[in-house]
Unconditional design. Structure first.
Lengths: 201, 201, 201, 201
DNA sequence: AGATAAACGAGACGGTACGTCCTGTCTTCTC
DNA sequence: GAGAAGACAGGACGTACCGTCTCGTTTATCT
């Protein structure tokens, strides 16, 4: 391991850049991001921004990865033993988090970034999403082990359907009301069909 | 009504602009769209583009509205009388449509546009989405009337969960496999919980 | 001749650019010229500057060509019939012109530009210099025709020696005093050698 | 004088810097000089360059002072006793030196530097020029003492006229041909006027 | 020998300017 | 009067250098 030549790169500057990025992202959205403005707001030179992040996408991606954008608070899925109630509570809490305009703006900006760019998409998934999805699927598996769910329930599909529904509401600027989240919870828990599943195709 | 002096605005030019926009969208994504390039590709002056569409967003929005971007083909929900099968078939067809890279790129671009801009979001919802959602909810209501669904089943929530799940897969660059779509269909039809719903909280 | 499509290029903007360039040149010298600042001072976009002048050198060169930098006043060589007096008067006037700091700064800047760049050098010669040189050599030829000069006197060499001497004084920050200009005039008119020229080598 | 603790400053590094500067000067001219490149070419850190030379100008100035740029060879004025021949020979030799593109480029670069910057101008004069001028004026004074020149001949003015003429040719990219140098020599030795100088104004 | 200190290479830092590209507006001429 | 062509002011892009500031290393002198 060689001795590290030259001045060491400033972590604090990097953090300032990420914070400035988060602020710009919430204020202006993804495609109005300006590296010039971010650098100025962070008190950094543009070159320093580019030294850390070669592209606007990488910058946003790292913002996601480092948790500057999405709070980890709303991710935890409660576990009271009652999967039905836990799922409902979690979904409602999630919806409430999205009611704050700043959170909504940030997630929309990240969605735009993910839609535009593969790398951001990967980070978006790894962080913002996979964490949530993992927590959700783990809770579902726990419920399965507890004998509350059918065997081989498609936990991933259900988790992504829930997240996807919230994302869809966000994109189309519809609030996710309590009626909505409860209807959705009930649907995935009990199904909407009257007749039981046939002997399976 | 006065007689309209001067040259009439050329519909064919407008169509050329929309086509050029669609091509750029598929090729470069939303935030790399350049009005300059679009005008050049359409053989139009920039002013003409701006005369029709005041903003980049409006341009994309109209692309959506006029169906230049999203094919209406995959929207129709089959109706064989068996809601379970129809839903499954439709979802699989939808997923297959998203497997074509060009379609995927276009929808991602539109998603980015919708995330960034309220107006596009509205158009995105009205067209690309509401059409789909309407078709879906109508099919669900038909099934309800046919006695195949529970009373007051949350059709809208289910429809949006299905679309949202597909969108989520698209954003995170995960293919929606047949196993995925079938698991999802089964989940919303029959639910994943073992025990029946309690006397409703 | 085809009909010229599109908006016509604004001569007044071009003039504003040249004036701003002249001011910057006098204030900061050649290698501190900033296109950004020039554009801002001229109330023009950078692109407009570049549309007219592809390089900093071309800009300075045109400043010279259009006479924005060097006043044509000091160029005219008087003709009273007495070449000796005329030359002396002209050289003194020239020296006095260079005594004004602004003129000196401008010519130094142009010299730097000419030294650095072939194109500017050409323009520098064509305009600032050739005009002077031409006026000077024409006056000398007139004197020759009037029988006041030796036959085949090297008018060009003498003209360039006079200009060169003034330039040298300027570059080395020495004032060209009256004693200097008169000594120089006398030297080229009467020579400094005591003995007459030998039978020519 | 106190004993100087710490590492001694490396003369060889300083020489490497000057050599790199000379090479850059000849290759790119004055206003394209880059301290970054010079440091890299010299295998030195930027700080070391700045420790020796606070500004680009000082660097170029020292290049001149140390003779890295202008060869002292062409400075010596021959002394055969015949001032007319000696002057002619020297001027021709000087012109030949300037025919080499590298020499021409270097002197042009130094001229640009001198035009832009007072300090360089001083060094330019002290070294490159004063040496030449001194040699020339000394030769002229020797001739005067030998009775070959008029009394009180303006040696400095003549010397500067000769150097200025060469510089002017260099700046305007005109070669100084033998015809040119001989015409000039003859002009300053014998004058170009037919009639003898009047009783002097 | 060990401590102290300056100079060194390397290179990151906050900045300024570059030359290019794009935006949205404005002229100009043509249909 | 709409349209294409394209110039315009403005502003962001990503790059190159500036002059300054750490770093770890090397080389000297002083204890």
């Amino acid at each position: 391991m060689q001795p590290r030549r030259g001045r060491v790169r400033s972590e604090s500057t990097r953090r300032a850049i990420l914070e400035a990025t988060r602020d710009e992202l919430a204020a202006s959205g993804y495609d109005k991001l300006s590296i010039d403005r971010i650098a100025a707001a962070a008190g950094a030179g543009k070159q320093t921004v580019y030294r850390w992040y070669p592209t606007k996408s990488a910058l946003v991606a790292d913002c996601l990865l480092e948790g500057y954008v999405l709070p980890t608070t709303s991710i935890d899925v409660p576990d009271t033993g009652d999967i039905r109630r836990d799922l409902g509570d979690w979904l409602r809490a999630f919806a409430e988090g999205l009611d704050h305009p700043q959170n909504a703006a940030l997630i929309r900006a990240c969605t735009a970034a993910a839609a535009d760019n593969d790398e951001v998409a990967a980070k978006f998934y790894e962080n913002a999403t996979a964490a949530t999805e993992t927590a959700l699927t783990e809770r579902l598996h726990a419920a399965e082990l507890a004998g509350q769910l059918k065997k081989d329930a498609p936990a991933v599909a259900v988790a992504e359907a829930l997240i996807g529904a919230m994302l869809f509401r966000l994109l189309t600027r519809q609030r996710a009301t309590v009626a909505f989240t409860e209807g959705l919870t009930e649907a995935v828990m009990a199904g909407i069909a009257l007749t039981p599943s046939p002997a399976q195709r």
